[in-house]
Ligand binder design. Sequence first.
Ligand code: SF4
Ligand code: SF4
Ligand code: FES
Length: 257
Amino acid sequence: MVQINLPENSKISKGKYYKDKTGSKNLRRVNIYRWDPTTGGNPRIDTYEVDMDNCPSKVLDILNKIKNEIDPSLAYRRSCAHGVCGSCAMNMDGKNGLACTKPHKEIKGDINIYPLPHLKVVKDLIGDLSTLYKQYESVEPWLKTSDNKSEKENIQTKEDRAKLDGLYECIMCACCSTSCPSYWWNGDKYLGPAVLLQAYRWIIDSRDEDRKARLEKVADELKLYRCHTIMNCTNSCPKGLNPAKAIAAIKKMLATS
Ligand code: SF4
Ligand code: SF4
Ligand code: FES
């Protein structure tokens, strides 16, 4: 069997242990990935004992409690706390999701929290999404019409509007793209499920006049056809969307156009 060793500076070491100081009888152990680029050390896993008697129901509540009451140095993104902004996406209990909507009761035993997989880490639980945002920009995610000076509403039928259901709800959290093996290995070229779902959202919009050019732009062996329908993306979407279906729909449009 081939043995693959991680580079020395990627090995994760055991970190600090923060023992409970409240005397609570209702404790949970939370293991969190930590890495600080300013110290130059290896990543480590810190463990926190958290008093669950005084903690609301979501994983984000645990992180907030740790940051506010135990260790203010912990870094993570969050904003809306209602599953709308997508910023608190991370890997919890081995699965990507939104910390603000994930009930900690669903996790048995120790709670393990890591950044989204296969991203460069900026600090602790914060992954670097700059490549994904550039890819998102490349699909020009806005309505393109020849009459862009009109002040009238740009209407569409109810049926055409319904075609955007399951697409417009995407919050660009990146849970899908960072769970996609094709994106892990070819993330610099393959657009990945989040961006392809967004591309399809504009391709299918009846008001948009750029469909042909949009399709041509994604019709590329590396940008699109690296999807092998493994379906990890769909299984990891915290909004219940189906990026794999959107990718299949683009392929079908290309095959029949
Ligand atoms: S279906 Fe395609 S986009 Fe989704 S995880 Fe699989 S390879 Fe990635
Ligand atoms: S499709 Fe789902 S998982 Fe992917 S970016 Fe959009 S909301 Fe997040
Ligand atoms: S904080 Fe906005 S989605 Fe979680």
